[in-house]
Design a binder for this molecule. Sequence first.
Ligand SMILES: Nc1ncnc2c1ncn2[C@@H]1O[C@H](COP(=O)(O)OP(=O)(O)OP(=O)(O)O)[C@@H](O)[C@H]1O
Length: 880
Amino acid sequence: MDNEKMGRVPVPRSDSVRVAVRVRPFSQREKNSGSQCVISMHSGNISIRDPKNEERVKTFTFDLTYWSHDGFQKDEDGVLIPSDPASKFAGQSDVFHDIGRGILDSAWRGYNATLLAYGQTGSGKSYSMIGFGTNKGLIPRVCEELFQAIEKQKENLEPQVMFSMLEIYNEQIRDLLSRTKAPGGLRVREDQQLGFFVEGLKWVPCENYAQIEKLVEQGSKIRMTASTNMNASSSRSHMLIAIQFKQVFLDTALTKRSSINMVDLAGSERQRSSGSEGDRLREGSRVNLSLTSLGNVISALADLAMGKKVLHIPYRDSVLTKLLQSALGGNSRTTLIAALSPADICYEETLSTLRYAERAKKVRNRAVINTCPLARASRAENALLLGFRGAGAAGSCDVGRAASNAICLQGLGISDKHASFVNLDGKVTVAPHSKCKVIVNGVPVTGRTKLQHLDRIILGSNSAFLYVGFPSERGAEDLSRFDYDFFQLERAAAEGVSVATLGCVSPGDDQADPSILAVFQDYVKLMPLVVEANQMSEELKKGLTMELKVKNLASSDSRGYDLQKEVMVKVTKQGTHEVWIWSKAKFINRKFLMEELYQRFLESRDSHVAQEDDPFWDPLEVVHLGSAHVWLQPLAHCMMLEEQVEFLNCDGLEEAVLHIRITPCSPEGWAHGEEDMVIDPLELLGKRIDFQTHIVRCLGVKWLKEDGSRGIQMGYKIYDLPNTLYTKPVWKSVNPRIEETVHFAALGASREFLDYLLTNALIVDLWGLQAQKLDNPEGATRTAAREAKQVCAQQASSDAQLARALKVFYQGMGVARGQLLRLRRCRPPEDDQMLRPFVHQQSQMLKDLEDLLESSLHKLKADVAFIVKKRKEYLLPSQQ
Ligand SMILES: Nc1ncnc2c1ncn2[C@@H]1O[C@H](COP(=O)(O)OP(=O)(O)OP(=O)(O)O)[C@@H](O)[C@H]1O
């Protein structure tokens, strides 16, 4: 089974993107036209002078500067070398020495490494990356040295190299190792752990440099190029060569992985100078889209690194930025090489390249070593099987972290002595030690449990095993279907989460909505991560409980349409009940940082971290508890509406009840009477409509029942008014009284406004407020809190009864209002003969109305009397 999972070892600090600049020689064309060199380099600084104004010189500083403009000659092999010892000329080997070696060093150590070549067309990007003839560039040199080093490696290392090569052209991806071109190009997909990846891209396993050399040659031939006005062999496509390098250490069963990305970017020149037209214009703009997006991502990350507030990093804006997501601001050691033309005619472009490079310099990445400890788990799985084989027909073996166990297991949530397997008369059972986590076929077990052939076992957080029974029990099953996802799907099903529970298109229809399927996939992917995060929280004594939730976005649609759902993680601090809601992206990011901290803890037993850097900490935040829909239709008839509506939380359950009144009124605020009702809303067209919203109170707020020290606040937005109106915050009350009125006026009711009233609901959002509290582990305080909670719960339960009673009452009133409206609409018949049945019908309707009013009132009275009695009962003993 494939149960690999990435574990990560931290580096002490985050790395900035390393930026190198390189100036090429004049091209023949530049020489012929008598170009002037506008660039100079001195002690690591690079200066550029404006050819139109000699005085204007701009100087930049970068990590690496390469002068390849002059001072060189060819050796007998055609390799460019310095022409004399004093020359500052930097050849391909110098660039490789700094940049290429850095990439290889990162790869061997298990870091991801990315190299980007940026610059205008013809500035020397391909020369640095691929090279020409004997002047081999970085890519071939890196690959060659990688294999040279592999050959020198010790016996106990098993290296694996996979190679891929693609081109992004016109926002479409083409596999440069495949002769067949997928129509529309290959697609970029997103995976929780892998991030963005290209679906169906060919990855070729390579065993020597010659193979890679052949692949690069083959790929380069296929590479799509089109000439522009500026350079006949120019490329307006981005080429990305990726190498997956995996080292399997046979003695420790540990693997290290590194992903090396080397990107030759398309020319960075602006549209006006490329002279593209027609289809090419589209192509040009789309090439620029990727580069513009890259610039935007770099700018956003640079701002972020400078401490500026950045709401969003636009990785998703282009194919290129998606694929470079981890290279920029993520898990990668990244180098950008900015290729520069020395010529005065390229001044503007070169200056813009230097500015771009300067921004890139500020981007900070978080490169971490990628190790795969779960390779151990699969080894242990073999050991588990072998253990039984060795044990013969009967016996027992313990599994756990400690070396004394028959099967020694590493992994998150695995205790020193975790579980024992017993084979008695050919019947195998498993039993967890103490409270250790053991899950069999998706269900947690607490006692000794019999195992059947092909049972799925999860030990600790996520160490997954398949129990393969004795040969007599085995058939010709396909074991490959029991992959990691199988285990997680089973676990999700045991927790009651499936596509069906999340919502099908229609009952009995297997064809689930694709968005539901996507949410389910997210859920299954995040579920083991949440389990791990909880385990880390427990071991690091962070006291956080994380729960995976599916948020129904329909609650925020004013027309109640069934919108998409999304997963989120509810985080609760155990002692203080503080709550945070994390988006999927935030959780994944945090999980990554948690792993770093946890890894440090494992290595040094030190998990101390400053609060602001603690992935388990966040400042207190306001939590969205739920939304209530108040349908506005009565307003379109100039009718008052008074409702008790539920605030539904993300699970679709009642979070509280809102008591709201919306009253049509005069501009001075005088409530309209029944005589002002209109049958046809169009009668109001163009007229002034005034109404007042009055939020009376909130009832049975669960948020407060869980913790009486909290508060709530409500917010709502009417029609197209830009601002959300918030009620005052109210603390420590399960049934907070609000009593806030706001007057609205539509000066000339438009058809859109009337439509809004007829078809939309006012969405009132309920927000949970929380106050800073200290963890108080004292037992006495806990008991007091528990008692207070009990009283609070009792009170809350009677409040909820009251809320329910009122709700039933108001529902009755709603029906009564409808009947009244119908009565008002009835016009007496012209025909006298029909008058009697009309009167009869009217009196019947009035009678129904009277009955309804009476029974509603009677029920309310009875309910209130019951609640008052109950309240007295539970208040009395505590007063004694
Ligand atoms: N450092 C260098 N030393 C010698 N010649 C160079 C150097 N850099 C570039 N050249 C030469 O300059 C020309 C343009 O370089 P190159 O093709 O690498 O540019 P480019 O930026 O990759 O352009 P494009 O994006 O259009 O492919 C080539 O003829 C190349 O041989």
